[in-house]
Design a protein. Structure first.
Length: 147
């Protein structure tokens, strides 16, 4: 434990605190002194005990207001976190849906490509058959004309 000499209301006090917390304790006493001195200036000399009580009430009021704000911020942060999780879920659902659509489009594309290749082969066979028939017809016509 560390000992710290502090001054409050023009009186010296020796306070103990955890090692390493000396500066923090001094900082707190500066804040309390400022509050106490301001109230003393504002209210006049109404007695040390009453000024200490009012100072304590003001500090507790600040504490509770700060705590209330922190609690509100926690609620807002939780709400934002919930909304973020919801948005993240929607994004993943959208991505999965689009991946499914892309997969289906890829399958359709491959199917169309196979159908086009088959139609091309069929068309080439039809052209070959038609060409052979025309050649046979022309040959037959030429042989009949030459007789």
């Amino acid at each position: 434990m560390a000992n710290v000499n502090v001054k409050f209301n023009n009186k010296n006090f020796l306070l103990s605190c955890e090692d390493g917390q000396e500066e923090h304790l001094e900082e707190l006493l500066i804040h309390i002194n400022q509050k106490f001195d301001k109230l003393k200036d504002d209210l006049g000399n109404i007695g040390e005990n009453k000024l200490l009580l009012i100072t304590s009430v003001k500090i507790m009021d600040e504490y509770f207001e700060t705590k209330k704000k922190v609690d509100q911020q926690k609620i807002e942060l939780k709400n934002l976190s919930d909304k973020f999780k919801e948005l993240k879920t929607l994004v993943f659902e959208y991505r999965n849906k689009k991946e499914g659509e892309i997969s289906q489009l890829t399958k359709n594309h491959e199917s169309f490509q196979k159908e086009i290749e088959k139609n091309k082969e069929d068309y080439e066979k039809i052209i070959e058959t038609a060409t052979e028939e025309i050649e046979n017809f022309v040959e037959k016509a030429n042989s009949e004309n030459s007789i």
